[in-house]
Design a protein around this ligand. Sequence first.
Ligand code: BG6
Length: 520
Amino acid sequence: MVNMEPNIIKERICSQDGSCDCLTVGDLAPCTIVIFGASGDLTARKLIPALYHMYLTGSLPDPVSIVGCARTPLSSDEFRSLMQEACEVNGKADMSGWSEFASFLFYRQLIYNSENSFRELAAYLSELDGQWGTKGNLVFDLALPPSLYAVVAEMLGRAGLADQHKENRGWSRIVVEKPFGRDLDSALDLDRTLHEYFQEKQIFRIDHYLAKETVQNILMFRFANTIFEPIWNRGYIDSVGIMAAEKLGVENRAGYYEQAGVIRDMFQNHMLQLMSLIAMEAPSHFESERVRDEKVKLFRSIRPFSRREGEVVLGQYGPGMLDGKGVKGYRQEPGVAPESLIPTFALMNFYVENWRWQGVPFCLVSGKRMARKETRIIIQFKEVPHSIFRDVLGEKIIPNRLVLSIYPEEGISLTFQTKNPGARVCLRPMTMDFRYDTGSVLDAYEKVLLDCILGDHLLFWRQDGIEQTWRILTPILNECEHCQGRRQHLHTYPAGSWGPDAAGEQVDKIRDRREVKSAP
Ligand code: BG6
């Protein structure tokens, strides 16, 4: 291995004097990582590049073996060369460790609905485990279309691969990606199948937003400082805006997206997770169950809403210009129905029914093919209760604003008023900026894979959270998908814009930087 201390995970933390140091946060047990869907896009784009980078940084267990499984007939050598190409294109370029990393990679052809095929896989994994000394520990990563989750979980169970600590076996964990169902009923069905064979502690439901540095930082920011918490409520906060704007269109994912749309794709998971981190109460410990309890409590307090004017705006991108080039509209994208009514943009106003947040709107906005990729959370504070400057300034004082930026910059900025130097009484807004200057130490997929190997659920969804988010969204999805005026309610916006006019004012509030720019 390239690294010197292969069994130790290192993460950068900052000590109190501001200097950064490496901290050992746990021992990584040897294991075999089995990827289902190994010939697919997610494996090539995210999973293998993440595992390779973990190898380079010494954050993979030792020993480890990685077995790709899919329907496509491939030899292990063919799989290795495909993955090498993928890492050259998608990974972090340093290919010096590739040949040793490639020696941990294997491939097995598999038929997903055949118990026999899974029994053969079980025998193969047991043999590999004997050769590599991976102590019977298994991670099963389902990089598959969601329609196969239940089938694969069942086959794993029937082949005895879900059993933990039996017959000299170590642990067995299953990793599933969203979507976790397409509504409350299907989420419950999927969960029933998973739980038939796996216990909750064996199940890791990924939300890659939770592994982003700035997203993880929200809890540190709120609960490792005393100065923000006393004002983090309806007394001081006017509104919260959460925006995830993307430049990308549907790309080659029409098959999935035509069934999902933006509410299932972004709101049921990433957007509501961001909201829960901003709005939840302080957990008693920074520990997965305690943190997830608080999130679920928050989801339970979200007011059920119907499609009242302005509370939900749905849009779909039409043709437009992006970076000076003409781009197609959603309906012209390959695989999309020419009359498709699937929304690619949504603005939704949520309210939380508790003492802290009563009456404070949480405006969540996400869309594809927007002008820029920008992910940010804006805490808009209230205006001062009484302006002593109104006679001299004759203008409204711009309220404070706290921006948590997730993309493209990762950082936090706070805007406040100061006196403009000079004889005249003038205010000028100043912005105090904090930027993560080293880039992320671990990319989101590296972080989730690591936590799964460590058995830490903090950054993963728990089933009750999923059920609560579907409870909130299923009625609105039903209303949007079955209402009479579905076509009229779907506003077209040009690709490369900031979404439909109907959402314009609120979107401007969330993204507009002009009013908060510091004076030179
Ligand atoms: C995924 C969605 O979960 O998140 C995609 O399925 C979306 O449609 C992506 O593009 C956005 O993630 P990020 O990290 O690029 O903001």
